[in-house]
Design a protein around this ligand. Structure first.
Ligand code: TMP
Ligand code: MG
Length: 314
């Protein structure tokens, strides 16, 4: 009897939380937002909100998470294939990189394959793509122009996302298996590379003449973001006393991006499900706390940040 009464009370509190959470973050009610465990999510949002902006850090993937997957029905480029629309690489190189993508992208997004099967193939994709780029003798000074002329697009709402983080002093770690120099140029192009942003990605190395000669080791691919990387010291010093993480990703491997960060207690994981939505829904729903289907905006992360920052009156 006592047990039943307390169960009822707990259920009432949780349902109140659900209602409050949905009212406070109405964007969570949108079509295309899938939440496996609403109580867990609202508890997490409540914890993040109680801690306030001073206890929060954001860790986000770049390609197809901060950048768009598609725009007006057209696929948008990743940082690796953004150079395809420039004259910095030859037609032959573009052709070979596309062939690699056709072979390995289905592996990347295959939810039936194990990590043990996928990882060597991902290493092969990244190593071959980097070798092809190195053969092109790309000049560092031409990257900014190639980026500004490319079709790369950030998700709608990006300006609010970056300005909220800056206004509230919340550090952002962009953890990308893309090309670091290109992520940096895209952010510079949009005036978003502020002192609270750190980038962990595959950076190019250049010789004395400023010509591409290699990539910094260890390689980052979609499924090794959780271990083996020396994380950005700038981000560690900005975030060591921030136990709560808002994590944004689009690959199933992105959920591990906060694994190496010291002192992390709670992670609210938001996953963008961009491609093969129906087939991959079960895997995404069981991996991420909040799944956003075919959503080319940052509206949901922005709404959660608004909720947290309003609560701390920042
Ligand atoms: P991300 O970690 O910022 O999402 O970047 C990795 C993405 O880049 C991943 O989804 C696969 C993609 N990619 C290409 O589009 N072309 C390539 O040549 C390589 C190596 C990766
Ligand atoms: Mg990605």
């Amino acid at each position: 009897m006592v047990f039943q009464t307390s169960c009822l009370r707990v259920r009432k509190v949780f349902s109140l939380w659900n209602q409050l959470g949905k009212q406070q973050v109405p964007e969570l009610n949108r079509a295309g937002v899938i939440i496996r465990d609403a109580t867990h999510v609202h508890q997490l949002i409540h914890t993040l909100q109680s801690g306030g902006a001073n206890t929060l850090q954001v860790v986000s993937d770049f390609d197809m998470t901060l950048s768009k997957f598609s725009h007006n029905g057209q696929r948008c480029p990743t940082t690796h294939n953004l150079l395809h629309s420039s004259c910095l690489i030859t037609e032959e190189c573009k052709h070979k990189m596309r062939a690699l993508q056709e072979r390995f992208y289905p592996v990347e997004i295959d939810t039936a394959m194990s990590l043990e099967e996928k990882i060597p193939l991902m290493v092969e994709w990244w190593s071959d793509a980097h070798d092809l780029l190195v053969q092109q003798e790309i000049q560092r000074k031409l990257l900014a122009n190639a980026v500004s002329q490319s079709e790369a697009k950030l998700r709608d709402g990006y300006a609010l996302f970056f300005s909220t983080l800056e206004r509230c002093g919340v550090p952002l770690l962009i953890f990308s298996a893309g090309v670091g120099d290109i992520v940096e140029e895209i952010l510079k192009h949009h005036h978003l590379l502020t002192h609270t942003v750190s980038i962990q990605a595959n950076y190019m190395t250049f010789n004395k003449e400023g010509v591409l000669e290699g990539f910094v080791e260890p390689l980052i691919h979609s499924f090794n973001k959780g271990a083996g990387h020396c994380l950005s010291p700038a981000h560690i010093s900005r975030s060591h006393d921030r136990p709560y993480v808002l994590l944004l990703g689009d690959s199933l491997g992105d959920v591990s991006m906060a694994n190496q960060l010291p002192g992390v207690q709670k992670v609210l994981k938001i996953g963008y499900l961009n491609d093969q939505v129906e087939a991959r829904r079960p895997a995404y729903v069981s991996t991420y706390d909040i799944v956003l289907e075919r959503d080319e905006t940052l509206d949901v992360p922005n709404a959660i940040l608004r909720h947290i920052s309003m609560a701390t009156h920042l």
